[in-house]
Design a binder for this molecule. Structure first.
Ligand code: PMP
Length: 315
């Protein structure tokens, strides 16, 4: 029995890819974060950020929360806000799916849509969230900078992976939106064993891959996968944790997502395809011994309206 739904956040299953990974030199294991109550890995950080702010006395009942989000942090925060009696405003770039907008609307969240503007623009979703927070005295949960984000992945996601694998892991692969999951899980796994390789899965068009490799962000391009990649590195992405990068195109991400759904019965979204495509490349390289672990960040129901999700299955 749970006292409330928030107690069901985390503790997600780790599942082996039986068909997709069958011909690869090492196994791929996926952490099913799409099975969190709010439908994504971001439930973990939503709860952690609110708990931390309440403990520090900066967030009190009745206050309004605001966040710039690709949608999933918004859904996680909505569950927490409901349980804690707070109002929630989410600022979301227009690129994000209609399904995410309607999820947030159903949860009673006030949603503000911004143009797909670069970080230098006042219309950028993060800048709009910061401005509204300043002007109205709303609490900015600030997932891109808040250290509670990285910390909760060290304390829960990574700890669970170590328990579920017995600590025997060749590599950990993840994309970065805020960087919280890749940095937090990566850091804790490396502290467990320095030879565990941490690989960033980055969409072609994101500036992060070049930044990890050279220290300077690459050109800011466009791509359709949601929730990962960025034009500028977020503070919560710790470059020293990442050993290498795999660049994955939209086509490859969506193709692998459809395979995860159809061949493995895993009802997941586009960034899961990016992560697993990158994990398959790392496995195929033959440079890693031991299983490769990655995360399935969110659920397919966030993308029902997208053309790539509706594409007919090949025979
Ligand atoms: N996939 C999706 C669909 C997401 O919404 C996010 C979070 N923006 C991520 C992956 C990446 O997670 P993180 O913020 O921990 O880097």
């Amino acid at each position: 029995m749970s006292q409330d739904i928030l107690q069901q956040i985390g503790g997600t299953p780790l599942v082996r890819l039986r068909r997709i990974g069958s011909r690869l030199p090492c196994e791929i294991w996926v952490k099913c974060e799409h099975l969190n109550p709010g439908g994504s890995i971001k439930d973990r950080i939503a709860l952690a950020i609110v708990d931390d702010a309440e403990a520090r006395g900066v967030l009190r009942p009745g206050m309004t929360l605001i966040e710039g989000t690709a949608g999933n942090t918004g859904a996680g925060l909505a569950l927490v806000a409901a349980a804690r009696g707070c109002r929630l405003v989410c600022v979301m770039p227009e690129k994000m799916s209609i399904d995410k907008r309607s999820t947030l609307a159903a949860l009673g969240v006030e949603v503000i849509i911004t143009p797909n503007a670069p970080p230098s623009s006042p219309d950028n979703f993060r800048n709009v969230a910061e401005r509204l927070s300043r002007e109205n005295g709303w609490f900015l949960t600030d997932q891109f900078r808040n250290p509670a984000n990285v910390r909760i992945h060290q304390e829960t996601t990574a700890k669970e992976i170590l328990e579920q694998t017995g600590g025997s892991i060749g590599a950990f692969v993840a994309g970065a939106g805020t960087g919280g999951s890749s940095s937090g899980v990566g850091r804790r796994l490396k502290a467990h064993h320095k030879d565990i390789r941490v690989v960033l899965a980055d969409p072609v068009g994101s500036a992060l891959a070049a930044w990890v490799e050279t220290g300077s962000p690459g050109p800011d391009g466009s791509y359709a996968v949601e929730g990962i990649g960025a034009a500028e590195p977020p503070l919560n992405l710790h470059r020293d944790v990442i050993d290498s990068v795999e660049r994955i195109s939209d086509d490859e991400s969506f193709e692998v997502t459809r395979r995860l759904i159809r061949e493995e019965g895993l009802l997941v979204g586009g960034s899961s395809g990016t992560n697993v495509a990158a994990a398959m490349r790392v496995a195929a390289s033959g440079q890693v011994s031991g299983p490769i672990v990655t995360v399935l960040p969110d659920s397919w129901d966030r993308y029902r309206s997208k053309a790539w999700m509706q594409a007919p299955w090949p025979n």
